[in-house]
Design a protein around this ligand. Sequence first.
Ligand code: FEO
Ligand code: CA
Ligand code: CA
Length: 557
Amino acid sequence: MDYNRRKFISFMGKASLASLVLPQFLMSCGNTANPTKGFNTISDERLQELQNLILEGITASDKDDLLLTKGLDYHTILKWGDKISDTDTFGFNNDYTCFIPFDDTNPKDGLLWVNHEYINPLFVSGFDENIENKLPKSKEQVDKEMYNVGGTIVRIKEENGVWKVVKNDPHNRRITAQTDIALNWDTPIKGKNSVKGTLANCSGGITPWKTFITCEENYDGFWGETIYDENNAESHVNSDYGWENFYDYPPEHYGWVVEVNPKDGTAQKHIALGRFAHECCTLYELEDKRVVAYTGDDHNDEHLYKFISSKPGSLKEGTLYVADTINGKWLALDWENQPILKSNFKDQTEVLIRAREASKLIGATQLNRPEDIEIDPITGNIFITLTNNKPKGDFHGSILKIEEKNGAFDALTFKASTYIAGGEENGFSCPDNLAFDMSGNLWITTDMSGSAMNRADKPYMPFKNNSLFVIPRHGKEAGKVIRVASAPRDAELTGPWFSPDGKTLFLSVQHPGEQTKDVKNPTSTWPFDTDNIPKSAVVAITGDLIEKMNRLNMIEA
Ligand code: FEO
Ligand code: CA
Ligand code: CA
């Protein structure tokens, strides 16, 4: 039996033909979902292969190791402190990864971007916040901390199945909390058109024109935050790290979506996409080359946003919308046309800087911490992890599905539903990052906090360590949540990204040993270096299972 196009379309249910035509951008850019062929037929042989795939999961574990299911292997590409050149080292707490090959015909040589989200002062600067009567943090300590956040660009190459850094390649560089970054906006912010640094870089994205996107999430931990009283008078809330005691960099310069040019490291902050705790930013290019960008605010009771550009390739000209998921509407954060915004803020720039407040004024829906966002390459639906909202009693989170009206990414109405909920029944808790592979299988990483994992008095006990799961799309296990990797102690697995040939899954192992109080007695020693210091690292996961899952592509030309 041939699974022809008509049958395939009906199998996918209500999705329109337009949404089934594979987006050119997803096809070509090496996004986390990058199917390489059009929708057409599937052979008997392929269907048989699908039915026969045996995907064995692993059970939950609290072991201090990166455990993988049968058919997967890993090797470490880069870990904290590794030299990328004679002058620069890999930063701390690596998160989002994104690989862009130099040449579409060679998937094994290109540039890897890695986010460095935050630092643990105990390891990075030696500042121990647990010591009573401690000395204040010094400028030298702050400078070390500032160097270890931001991002890394590094050339990597695969030879004989092993990915290695090309040390001292001219592309290798660090972007840190002290790098000059332009603002892509006409109105200066706190008097500046160019600001210092990026930080809190959690997840990100890729542009259709193949540049890296890195998102500033919990910036208030570094520079504090500006708050306003009922008379709109400003005051400053101090940061945890205390950097503002040494540098006069205002909080308004952070909390943005940042674009980095892989070739030369130049960067710009896209003010039009709003200021909040951006987890990620997922871009889609429309046929007329205008851009749609989805981005969520990872904070209890905050919102989901969508920017639609009015000009081709622009992340400046256009409108930012925020989701009303109850009524299925995208609401415009448009000062000019929303009287309530006009009466509360002085201009569009202020609306964007104070996007959270503006969103609430126009009736946006408060969500349970929107994290990663991915576009299903098969249906064009948008999947958003809602990781949890503990004060509201949501301990295990869920995945939200958005179906834009008629499958049009620039639609202003949509349908929202829960795709799957976390919890014991489905075997996972606190979904964070997502990635679709070439066959449309959905890979999920979890982020239960280190202070709550493996504790009998917390609801996370049954799940043990954070893990990587996959929900197969086809075959006997379709729709089941299968645990395929378990993280070292206190760590989370983040930043899943498939290589363009689908044979490697790049993955960050972030903050092993985060609960350590004494560096001589760490809670984890992964990746088992001789110094016994736990280190975040980017690993390459390869093996038969990944190849089989990607080969099980029901979409053949
Ligand atoms: Fe940095 Fe929302 O995770
Ligand atoms: Ca995250
Ligand atoms: Ca998280």
